[in-house]
Design a protein around this ligand. Structure first.
Ligand code: GDD
Length: 431
């Protein structure tokens, strides 16, 4: 139970448009935080989780996308959740801690006792009330959600060591080259307002900071000779690394699901994880074969109410169908995200695929991939307005927007080729 003097503010870091982003071609149309997972914009999932917090005063989204990109979402979410949601635009990237610090005066106007900070591009059950209770027990300035991952994958994240008895954060290394720990930072934090003092301390020391050790995803996308903007502070390496072992930060370990959403392939996996979560949290959002649409449904499926599904289609598991999609007779969909206004004609088969807005798939066509979400071409992706003509087979491909595919297209031995040259190759092929 929260006490009456508690006031919680949630901040979701949504980032911004960056060249060469790994979320292309889907991010050519829509900011990544708005891409639908399980039929809801990615950012809606952490926002829904914040609703479970008592005394939640305000949710801020902080990013460097144009303000207009978030206008619709902010107004619809504020109405739906009855908690004020506001988008705060940074003039330039300030880093995950710098972005928060940039708006400290505004955030502190709410007089919060606690600040929840969430990375937008993670998929998890966000156990925020449990974390908040643990944070209050620990008495530090910050509590970090952590998870155990395989030792092979740990170096993609912030690795950390904590005291098994007190849960104090003892050591933190961001994406280290040599193995430190299989416990990693989930990008979900709870702070007291003292976090601003910690960030301020780092900002003032910034000029004397030694050369950068590990790059965040944002920095890795910048040209090598470009210096970091002034006031750029990273939560992980600039705050957590130096303050580990000083009784300031503690960890809370989740045993539930957690993934990072950096690529379209991972978005398909995460869509499935959120659909599975709906079984417990929002069963009304899951389609059943007994409804008006009467298609054959297996496993977890979301169908937007405006989509038209032929009764002889077979759909699922892990399928999400967005607004105004039309699914024809005899169509088979397995593990797919079908975006707005897509048409899938009779007897087409789609397996492990994401089909972009306003695309069309011809009769008896097939679009499929292996379903390895970590492989570069493990999920077939069609950008906006791609037309696959009748009886065409598309295997292991990423297709840029506005292309017509009228012959069989398949990419093999994809692991040996960098993604961009592959995209170029496919582009030339279909042009
Ligand atoms: N507003 C804003 N401004 N958001 C930012 C900025 C910025 O300047 N820089 C990054 N972000 C957002 C991103 O959109 C993302 O949601 C989050 O902050 C973290 O992004 P990165 O700093 O690029 O780090 P990362 O995703 O490679 O790794 C971080 O998250 C992992 C968990 O997903 C690290 O904290 C890792 O240790 C951690 O394991």
């Amino acid at each position: 139970m929260g006490s009456s003097e508690e006031r919680v503010v949630a901040v979701i870091m949504v980032g911004g448009p960056t060249k060469g982003t790994r979320f292309r071609p889907l991010s050519l149309n829509i900011p990544k935080p708005l891409f639908p997972l399980a039929g809801q914009p990615m950012v809606n999932h952490p926002i829904s989780a914040c609703k479970r917090i008592q005394n939640l005063a305000q949710i801020y989204l902080i990013g460097f996308y144009e303000e207009r990109e978030f206008t619709l979402l902010v107004s619809s979410i504020s109405n739906e959740f009855r908690v004020p949601v506001r988008y705060l635009r940074e003039d330039k990237p300030h880093g995950s801690a710098g972005g928060l610090y940039n708006f400290r005066d505004l955030i502190m106007e709410e007089n919060p006792s606690h600040i929840i900070l969430l990375n937008c591009d993670v998929c998890c059950s966000f156990p925020l009330p449990e974390m908040l209770d643990a944070h209050k027990r620990y008495g530090g300035i910050g509590t970090i959600l952590v998870i155990k991952v395989s030792p092979e994958s740990a170096n993609q994240f912030g690795e950390l060591v904590a005291d098994p008895d007190t849960n104090e954060l003892l050591h933190y290394a961001e994406k280290p080259e040599t193995f430190v720990s299989d416990r990693v930072n989930c990008g979900v934090y709870i702070f007291t307002p003292d976090i601003f003092m910690a960030i301020q301390g780092v900002s003032t020391q910034q000029k004397s900071r030694a050369t950068l050790r590990r790059l965040s995803s944002f920095e890795a996308l910048q040209p090598a000779n470009r210096s970091l903007p002034a006031g750029f502070v990273r939560l992980d390496q600039d705050i957590l690394s130096p303050l580990a072992g000083k009784k300031k930060f503690f960890v809370y370990e989740t045993m539930d699901f957690w993934e990072q959403i950096k690529t379209p392939g991972m978005s398909l996996k995460c869509s499935g994880l959120y659909l599975a979560q709906f079984r417990h949290t929002s069963p009304h959002l899951l389609a059943s074969g007994d409804g008006l649409k009467k298609a054959s449904i297996s496993g977890d499926v979301f169908i937007h109410p405006s989509a038209k599904i032929h009764p002889t289609a077979k759909i699922g598991p892990n399928v999400s169908i967005s607004a105004n999609a039309r699914i024809g007779a005899g169509v088979r969909l397995v593990s797919c995200i079908i975006l707005d206004d897509v048409e899938i004609k009779e007897n087409a088969v789609l397996i492990h695929a994401i089909i972009g807005w306003k695309s069309s798939i011809g009769r008896w066509s097939r679009v499929q991939a292996s379903g390895d979400h970590n492989a570069k071409l493990g999920v077939a992706i069609l950008g906006e307005c791609v037309a696959v003509e009748d009886e065409v087979v598309v295997v292991n491909c990423i297709v840029l927007p506005n292309k017509t595919l009228n012959i069989r297209i398949s990419v093999v031995a994809m692991n040996s080729l960098p993604l961009l040259s592959l995209i170029r190759k496919i582009w030339e092929y279909v042009h």
